[in-house]
Design a protein. Structure first.
Length: 387
């Protein structure tokens, strides 16, 4: 099962549990699992409510008696000694590790000495363990998370009033895509950030999948700007064809570039992992002849190679798009032929027919050595390889 966390209004621990319940997690089962923690004086309150007319689940941890201020080591032992399944324990401990390391960095102490309300609070422990329980119970195999929204404002903590996003949240989300939004409340809490940083395998837009169920988890506040809710969409991932992948397509046009640069540019792009490069004559504004430059690149190299174009040509901008690519299956090997040893590419077409093609550079080297036209060498090799 694939889960897409649509954090259009942020994420917190309680919103995560609520959205999981609305998406199919049995609340009684969750309560039973959490009751295996050696921790008393709390209960889970689950009820349906709405934000901006959007119906969802509100999940509150109600504490009816005083609780000790537990430190990192105590919370870890609490989780590890519980009766919940080992795989759930492992995920919960991983979430705790991420949160504790961030808080330790922010407060300038060792992780083992982190000892304060934000981590020790009962609701934080319930949120971390509950998220791990829900992840397993909903049979989530892969989790993808949207970019996280950051608001500007302040939040009150045991340490005083601090700006949002909280310093620990920023520390946790290093390397994670975020975006700024106008809102008057804290949208991403440290616990929520630790949950997605630990459980999500990637961050970005909707993947290709078939939605099956949707759950909405409502937050405590109800700002006027946006509905304070987390949306979790469960579905079945669409398996990509083994011959399909995604590539980046880089395009720009130049009319003031010395054409002698183009050959070196092609070599440079190929050396930086470009898959294909081509130049096209174009007629540009002011009736100027120019050159269109197109590079097909691995999707994860698009931005790096776009910077190469900006640096090594006179273009002022590069168009970047992403495209599906269907390719023929291929393998490479070195083969002994009557004309010598050459590299051979074997291509399998969609109809199952296989074709062996000699590498042109090797064929040209043979032609130069034998003093024959390269076309004759190619024909001889292709006939011999595919006989």
């Amino acid at each position: 099962m694939l889960a897409y966390f649509d954090c259009f209004s942020g994420i917190s621990g309680d919103m995560t549990l609520a959205a999981m319940i609305d998406a199919g997690l049995d609340a009684d089962f969750l309560q039973d699992q959490l009751s295996m923690l050696d921790m008393t004086g709390w209960s889970l309150s689950v009820h349906r409510s709405a934000r901006h007319g959007l119906s969802g689940i509100r999940c509150d941890v109600e504490v009816d008696q005083g609780q000790p201020r537990r430190n990192y080591q105590e919370i870890r032992r609490l989780i590890e000694k519980s009766g919940i399944p080992d795989r759930v324990k492992a995920r919960a401990v991983n979430i705790l590790e991420v949160l504790a390391e961030a808080e330790a960095h922010v407060h300038g102490v060792e992780k083992e000495h982190v000892h304060f309300h934000e981590i020790g609070a009962v609701d934080s422990i319930i949120d971390m363990v509950g998220a791990a329980v829900g992840f397993a119970a909903l049979k989530i195999d892969k989790m993808v998370c949207s970019p996280l929204p950051f608001s500007r404002g302040f939040v009150k903590t045991d340490h005083g009033t601090i700006p949002t996003p909280a310093p620990a949240t920023l520390e946790i989300l290093k390397g994670v895509p975020v975006k700024g939004v106008e809102a008057s409340v804290e949208l991403v809490t440290p616990t929520g950030a630790a949950i997605v940083k630990t459980l999500a395998s990637q961050f970005g837009p909707y993947p290709s999948f078939v939605p099956v169920r949707t759950g909405y988890g409502l937050g405590r506040s109800d700002p006027h700007e946006i509905p304070n809710a987390l949306r979790i969409i469960l579905g079945n991932e669409i398996e990509a064809s083994p011959n399909r992948d995604k590539v980046g397509v880089l395009e720009c046009q130049v009319d003031d570039l010395d054409p002698r640069v183009l050959g070196a540019l092609m070599d440079l792009l190929f050396s930086r992992e470009a898959l294909d490069v081509c130049f096209t004559p174009v007629h540009m504004k002011k009736n100027r002849p120019g050159t269109g430059i197109t590079a097909i690149v691995p999707s994860d190299r698009a931005e790096d190679l776009a910077r190469v174009l900006l640096t090594h040509t006179t273009t002022l901008g590069v168009r970047v798009s992403y495209s599906d690519r269907i390719v023929s299956s291929r393998t490479s090997e070195r083969v002994e032929t009557s004309l010598g040893s050459i590299r051979v590419k074997t291509i399998e077409r969609p109809d199952g027919v296989k074709e062996r093609r000699p590498e042109f550079d090797d064929a040209k080297a043979i032609a130069d050595r034998l003093g024959k036209p390269v076309l004759d060498v190619l024909r001889t090799l292709e006939r011999e390889l595919n006989d």
